[in-house]
Design a protein around this ligand. Sequence first.
Ligand code: G6P
Length: 369
Amino acid sequence: EMLEKGGYDHFMMKEIYEQPRSIRDCMRGRIYPQKGLVQLGGIKDYADKLKNIDRIIIVACGTSWHAGLVGEYLIEEYARVPVEVEYASEFRYRNPIITDKDLVIAISQSGETADTMAAIELAKERGATIFGICNVVGASIPRLTHAGVYTHAGPEIGVASTKAFTAQVTILTLIAFYVAQQRGTITEAKLVEYLTELDSIPALVEQTLKANEQIKIIAERFKDSANCLFLGRGSSFPVALEGALKLKEISYIHAEGYPAAEMKHGPIALIDADMPVVFIATQNSSYEKVISNIQEVKARGGHVIAIVSEGDTTVKDMAEYVVEIPQTAEAFVPLLATIPLQLLAYHIAVMRGCNVDQPRNLAKSVTVE
Ligand code: G6P
């Protein structure tokens, strides 16, 4: 088993560190930055169909659902198609309205999640086109769908999903650009620019992982907290949800992810001197707004840990701890900002003596309702 863990103490850590490679593997043969071209062989037969869809419905569970939320931002921004993101378990029992102009994208690491499979079957019966985004080749979901794109992240052993999440987000980014390409909502010049940047993401993830030692110090400081809040705006909101999920899954600390602006409608009541609040505060379109949210937390005595863009000084002056991530296009921030949150959850769980790879009560794939 030591061998399988590749020298790491846990599969989760090994899988966190595999991300530069797994993201690269996701993109291999699929992006051509100089040409401004995305090619997705698994869905190419539906390229024309994509010109005529009215809506995209993403169905998934758990971490895969969080990836779907990031996908919603990307697809709406670049492909200009309305997107809904549904928990598979809710969707399937809701008598949803589906037509043959809907494209359903089912996301599942394992490809075996019972609720996601049932959602696919229902949407299929009602005439939708179904794409899958799966990690396990030949699993049940890829066999149920009309077409799909594999994540190729390699086997994920840790129950808490890490590299599968960033792989799903990468594929959703490619799908967003692919649909945009088909529908003519993005120029070739823009695609050249974005794909060139996307191509550099594996190296930037590598750089982000260097924050590990610093994150250990933050983990040491907050490992005994009873609660933790994660806040972000835009596509960093699902990153906040995912950061909170990681922490609660493996460390058993109660954690919640919230859109930063919603904080004042509830979670703000919880903030006191015992409450760490993790902000994703990178320099993008909502930066100024996030700064004012940070001030609100500080004013109530909360402890601010901020994920910031490299070179940031404003947030650095306000937060108790900052973790820098490399500058990148707003669209790709989730791929980088997720990394420190995975590491934070990991170190806190290890320090609390938890079974990181096999947390209590959780299963790697949930094949029952
Ligand atoms: C379980 C796993 C999660 C996963 C979820 C969905 O809860 O513990 O890590 O996100 O199922 O699984 P799927 O294989 O469909 O992505």
